[in-house]
Design a protein around this ligand. Structure first.
Ligand SMILES: Cc1cc2nc3c(=O)[nH]c(=O)nc-3n(C[C@H](O)[C@H](O)[C@H](O)COP(=O)(O)OP(=O)(O)OC[C@H]3O[C@@H](n4cnc5c(N)ncnc54)[C@H](O)[C@@H]3O)c2cc1C
Length: 417
């Protein structure tokens, strides 16, 4: 029997997962990656033994990415994040972050009445609260005090990276808060260990993997799909999965209107990050803090995973940007000020740093007024998409994983129809 062939454009988590899923179905698969290495935003840089992910990365224990990695037998290790006492930042001061009954009652962040109101909101979310419209609509209906509302919004940002209550779907965000409450993991060696595991598995299964292979165009010739590379080479194929962002997908296949729509409508979640390698943690520093009246996050990822040399500490600090918010000129100073509040004395202990401005965390957040793109591209036979802007399941890397598996399954169905 002639083996059918699928070409996958993009070798991030989505492209690699889709490749393995298809190879398991005896399909001939090739993955084309424009960059010099696989992994996309899941890559990790090693600077003097400090392992910098592309900003703070946590694996959701109940999410689709972990589920699919475990199903495919990809190995990784690490520790549960956020197990110790956590801080909230409000009014330029640190308070206990209200997480469980004890910290809700103890925190100086909320007044007595607010503590009970907040506890009731948490209970209703955990009991399966649903909402119509945007997350802001859901919050409005709760008639919360400004501080209780700000605290719920901060927990929502932490769970999802989304700083857009007016745009994001209430139901998607409530689901994400529940998912995040199931815990997250920081990974030993960084997320590149996932990428390496996927690349190794794909290679063992006979997948063709090419770096520095930018695809320039995807189209139809003689009613067959054809892909063209930057160096002029062209090849026919039976199906294509575009595992790239919505703008790249629209540029690769300009005649498909559905992709142009997705590129225009996608609302990305973005962040500025300052990632610090310290020779040690300063004495008395907190290892986690969440901004309540400001959209900041700080967490010592080396506290629960092997990401720093012996005795050293790797700290991620981030600002969750609003949709279309440009990183300010003093983006780095803002993040340094967060470090000053949470871990005074850090400046003398800095060994190295990584600064990322306006990084796309997720190409499209789930909007309340529009579903995300389907894996099957309307009006384009044999063409599929995958990534963190596709499908109805999950957010960020979980959406990338869920849509990758679905795109692979739909592509296989198309081949053997
Ligand atoms: C600061 C930050 C923090 C994050 N934190 C978390 C977190 O805590 N938890 C979580 O679940 N997720 C997190 N994420 C999101 C996660 O990294 C992404 O959702 C995931 O890596 C996306 O994978 P992908 O394969 O869909 O896309 P990408 O990783 O973007 O991969 C797309 C690939 O396609 C390639 N490409 C593009 N155009 C072409 C072309 N023409 N030809 C060939 N190749 C091409 C690119 O080079 C790239 O390698 C975070 C992201 C950032 C930036």
């Amino acid at each position: 029997m002639i083996r059918r062939r699928v070409d996958i454009v993009g070798g991030g988590l989505a492209g690699l997962l889709a490749a393995i899923e298809l190879a398991r179905q005896n399909v001939e698969v090739a993955v084309w990656e424009a960059a010099g290495e696989f992994g996309g935003r899941a890559r990790t840089r090693n600077v003097d033994g400090f392992l910098f992910n592309r900003g703070p990365h946590a694996l959701y224990c109940q999410g689709a990415l972990k589920r699919e990695l475990d199903r495919l037998g990809i190995r990784y290790s690490g520790g549960r994040s956020l197990t110790g006492p956590r801080k909230a930042m409000a009014g330029g001061k640190l308070h206990d972050l209200p997480t469980a009954f004890g910290s809700i009652m103890k925190t100086s962040l909320l007044g007595i009445r607010e503590k009970f109101d907040y506890a009731l909101v948490v209970k209703s979310v955990m009991d399966g609260a649903v909402g119509v419209g945007s997350f802001a609509d859901w919050l409005d209906a709760g008639r919360l005090t400004p501080m209780v509302r700000a605290t719920v919004e901060a927990v929502a940002r932490l769970s999802s990276y989304v700083n857009a209550p007016d745009t994001v779907s209430a139901n998607a965000l409530l689901d994400q808060i529940r998912l995040a409450s199931g815990g997250t993991m920081y990974l030993d060696g960084g997320w590149i260990t996932l990428v390496n595991g996927l690349v190794e598995t794909a290679r063992d299964m006979g997948v063709t993997l090419r770096e520095r292979a930018a695809v320039k165009e995807v189209g139809y010739a003689d009613e067959r799909l054809e892909i063209a590379f930057g160096d002029g080479e062209r090849r026919f194929t039976d199906a294509v999965i575009l595992a790239v962002g919505p703008r790249e997908a629209a540029m690769l296949v300009p005649e498909i209107l559905a992709l142009q729509d997705e590129a225009r409508e996608a609302c990305a979640a973005r962040a500025n990050t300052l990632d610090l390698g310290l020779s040690r943690m300063p004495q008395g520093a907190s290892d986690f803090a969440l901004g309540i009246d400001t959209p900041y996050y700080l967490s010592v990822h080396s506290g629960s995973a092997k990401l720093a040399p012996q005795g050293g500490a790797l700290v991620h600090i981030a600002r969750y940007l609003k949709i279309d918010e440009e990183p300010s000129a003093n983006a780095v100073e803002e993040l340094e000020a967060v470090a000053d509040l949470v871990m005074p004395g850090w400046r003398e202990l800095e060994v190295t740093r990584q600064k990322l401005r306006g990084m796309v965390v997720s190409n499209a957040l789930p909007r309340f007024d529009r579903p995300r793109a389907d894996v099957k591209v309307p009006g384009a036979a044999g063409l599929f998409v995958a990534g963190d802007w596709v499908g109805s399941e999950g957010m960020i890397a979980d959406a990338a994983a869920a849509s990758a598996i679905k795109a692979a399954q739909e592509a296989a169905r198309w081949l053997f129809r």
